[in-house]
Design a protein. Sequence first.
Length: 183
Amino acid sequence: MSGLLPGLRHILPGTLAALVLLSANSVLCAEGLEPQPWQHSTEFSRSEAAVSEYMLGLGALQKVGGRWRHKKSETLGGELLRVTWKINEGFTAEEGFDWQRQQLPEDAVLLYECSGRSCGSSAQWASRVFNERVLYGHDERQRYGVWRYQAAGASWTLVLYAVDRANRRHFLHMDLLRQTAAP
């Protein structure tokens, strides 16, 4: 038995992480909260994770004392689903943003929204906030919004970020966080 335990020690952390991810996905699917993609988009990337320190931006990104920060932010924990969609030719990221926003429950509360240069640097949103390089685009052609709502006995936070790139490609990014404790 003791010869078996060292092997399990290496397997268990990976297995537990996989179970947490499956749990987050199955909760979304089981509760009918899996986000529906806009028909004029294609999924570009997707990840799911349990997070304990998700930094929710509730203000523009600005450089203060040599460091990039949001004017206002909250730190949350929970189950995070992160999806980036490439918008099909002939459509804009803003149209995808509007469509996804219309899918929100009626009781969703807008916490923060910005567009264009008032959001700050698109490059910083892409690299520091979302860690998704394809989200770098024109500062004047970006849009960001944060909503909170209650569903299936939990508190949910939805973040949308839309950007048009110089190469005429358009992307929409979503973070959906099921919070472990109400804010």
